[in-house]
Design a protein around this ligand. Structure first.
Ligand SMILES: NC(=O)c1ccc[n+]([C@@H]2O[C@H](COP(=O)([O-])OP(=O)(O)OC[C@H]3O[C@@H](n4cnc5c(N)ncnc54)[C@H](OP(=O)(O)O)[C@@H]3O)[C@@H](O)[C@H]2O)c1
Length: 279
């Protein structure tokens, strides 16, 4: 970032009226809520995926992360220790979904939970900025890839093993006039969650999604930068959210204590996208 931009950002930040946001974030530690669960996380090399991998291991799980960048995965796996395995896999290559899960099963022994987290966003903001290539790239990863990976997971879950989980990382934009086509793909996830859970809960596969609010990760870096860091000043929650907060909710959603929750999209945005009818 050049000096002019930094100065402009700082001035903007200082001059923007805001109240102090006071929040204390707690986490439940070492409750062994995911003891012996074998969990596959797509896009586990950074952001939410990385935080989930860390947290799930802390709670007793063995995880397998995937992504396109092998050196990133290797580094994370070395950092997290022998309970973090990895496989290089591009989720947009949907024809490889079944072989990916077969390879993951070989490494883990079995798969209890699949977290469909991998994603990209091009942050076009308005429809006029959307290109055909950009539309296809986002739909491919956020919708098509998740659809066929979910299908492959359901196909391998035919062994009467109960308490399996399919968890999607959606977005608050799936339920708000915010980003397209990114938000359209995320809205599609809600439909998939409802249908798949209705069909498969009784067969032992619970399906849910988490719809996070804005969190500072690689995916949002350019967005947050362009907004001078002030994006959330006027939002009811007044802040960004940490990937570790999403990992906390994901842990609860994958543990058997929350088995009553199925077919839900849990919005995790401090209430930012709730509708305001009266002031
Ligand atoms: N950050 C937010 O504010 C926010 C808010 C709501 C929802 N989300 C959702 O949260 C999920 C995770 O995003 P993040 O914020 O944690 O961003 P991130 O740090 O950029 O992580 C995205 C991960 O997805 C992987 N990925 C991307 N394309 C892939 C592909 N074709 N095949 C396999 N892996 C792929 C990337 O790894 P490689 O580059 O190695 O492939 C990366 O590790 C996404 O679904 C995103 O839409 C994010």
């Amino acid at each position: 970032m050049n000096i002019k931009k930094t100065v402009k950002k700082t001035i903007n930040f200082v001059l923007t009226p805001r109240g102090n946001v006071k929040v204390s974030i707690a986490s439940i530690s070492n409750a062994r809520r995911l003891e012996n669960k074998r969990i596959v996380i797509t896009g586990g090399g950074s952001g939410f995926g990385l935080e989930m991998a860390k947290k799930f291991i802390e709670e007793g799980a063995v995880v397998l992360i995937c992504g396109r960048n092998e050196s990133k995965l290797k580094m994370v796996s070395e950092q997290l220790g022998k309970k973090c395995l990895y496989l290089k896999h591009d989720v947009s290559k949907v024809e490889d979904s079944e072989s990916f899960l077969a390879n993951a099963t070989k490494l883990l022994g079995s798969i209890d939970c699949l977290v469909c987290n991998a994603g990209i966003s091009l942050h076009e903001c308005v429809i006029e900025n959307v290109t055909i290539e950009g539309y296809d790239a986002q739909m491919n990863i956020l919708m098509r890839a998740n659809f066929f990976l979910a299908q492959a997971f359901i196909k391998i879950c035919n062994d009467n093993h109960s308490n399996r989980d399919l968890l999607f990382i959606s977005s608050m934009t799936g339920n708000a006039p915010s980003e397209i086509p990114y938000g359209i793909a995320k809205a599609g996830i809600s439909s998939m969650v409802a249908k798949l859970n209705r069909e498969h809960y009784a067969k032992g596969i619970r399906v849910n999604a988490i719809a996070p609010g804005m969190s500072p990760t690689e995916l949002t870096k350019s967005y947050i930068d362009a907004d001078n860091g002030n994006m959330y000043c006027n939002a009811p929650c007044g802040r960004y959210f940490y990937p570790s907060e999403i990992a906390e909710v994901a842990t609860w959603l994958l543990c058997d204590a929350s088995r009553i929750i199925g077919g839900e999209v849990i919005t995790c945005d401090g209430g930012c996208t709730t509708k305001n009818i009266w002031h």
